[in-house]
Each structure stands twice: as C-alpha cells, then as structure tokens.
Ligand binder design. Structure first.
Ligand code: C2R
Length: 184
C-alpha cells in the first residue's frame, strides 16, 4: 500500500503533540497517511478543498482533530461522503468538553464518528478497522493487535493473582459497608 489511504487534518500545528500517539500507531501498522493543517474558521476555502478532493486522491478515511469550538470535523464531513473520524482536543478553559460537544453532536445527516478527548490512537485504530474491510493485510494486523491486548490482560491477571497469593487480598470488607464505604 504505497499511497495514503488516511487523510489527517489538524486545526492547528499546536495540535501536533497530542496527535503523536495516533501517528505512531499508523507508522507501526505500516499504514500510509497524509497530514495537513487547516481550519474551518481560519481557512475555510482550504478546508473545503481538502474534503472535496480527498476521494479522488485515493483517500478512504479522514481523521479531523481540533480543540475549542471544533467545527473542523463537521465542516469536513459536510463536504465529503468519506467516513470522517473526529478527535476532540483538550483546550485550557473547558478541558475538551467544548470540542467534544462541537464534534459529537452533529445534526442528522452529517455524522462524525467521534472518539474520546485527545484519543488520537483510538482514531487511528478506528480508521484502520474501516480500511481492514477492504485490505486483508490491515485486517491481519488488527487481529494481531487484539491478540496482543488479550495476552497483556492475561499476563496482568496472572501477575495480580501471583501477588495476591503472596500478600493476601488487599480489598478489605468492613461489615455491611460496600466497596465505596457506604451502607448497601
Ligand atoms: P492555535 O494554537 O493555532 O491558536 O489553535 C485548533 O485545533 C487548536 O486546538 C487553538 C485551537 O483552535 C483549534 N481550531 C479549531 C478550528 N481551527 C482551529 N477548532 C476549526 O476550524 O474548527
């Protein structure tokens, strides 16, 4: 797979550090992507052009990330029939709730598949899962990822069981009180 299948659009270069996790995931998976900065607010013409030309350039999924009043993903989605994944990014004043609501709460007809605040890795995983419908090699890598996560949980489970056997249970029950210390 030589050409980019995922287009990632960021509202600002100041969003780059938060995106690193997701970008690293795509590199590890060997899935090529294109990355650009645009803004529905500051450069609406470029944003519309990116969305409109994406399909003819071979893009199959778009990831759009923005903080604050994050209209970028919605505007991109309104100019393409490709699936758009939105990443709300944390700003100073409202901790990302502003971006989350701006991206997730789209009007009927223009969906943006919204991941959690700052969840660039999950956006990349979702993009790969969409591509895995068509590309068997990506499907294989996604199946390996699931297997790795399963093995990690198993390993942690065994470690906890081992530690508990050595030190005894750490969860103390206090009479009729539940785990949060309230009567049940
Ligand atoms: P600056 O650091 O450039 O001032 O940007 C960006 O994604 C960034 O998180 C601050 C924040 O503004 C966001 N931004 C948007 C849009 N354009 C930029 N939400 C947009 O068009 O939605």
């Amino acid at each position: 797979m030589a050409t980019a299948k995922i287009l990632i659009i960021l509202g600002s270069d100041s969003d780059l550090p938060t995106m690193e996790d997701g970008l690293n995931f795509l590199k590890t998976m060997g899935v090529p992507y294109a990355l650009d900065i645009s803004s529905a607010h500051r450069h609406p013409e470029k944003t519309v052009a990116l969305a409109q030309k994406a399909r003819e350039q071979g893009i199959e999924v778009i990831i759009a990330a923005a903080g604050l009043a994050a209209h970028l993903p919605g505007v991109v989605a309104s100019h393409t029939t490709l699936p758009v994944i939105g990443i709300p990014l944390k700003g100073d004043a409202l901790n990302g709730l502003d971006a989350l609501l701006s991206i997730v709460q789209m009007p009927k007809g223009v969906p943006v598949a919204t991941v959690g605040v700052n969840s660039s890795r999950n956006a990349s995983i979702l993009a790969c899962e969409i591509l895995s419908i068509k590309y068997p090699q990506i499907r294989k890598r996604m199946e390996e990822l699931k297997e790795t996560m399963k093995n990690e949980v198993e390993q942690k489970s065994r470690q906890v069981a081992h530690n508990t056997a050595k030190t005894g249970s750490r969860v103390k029950k206090t009479g009729s009180e539940g785990p949060r210390g309230r009567g049940v």
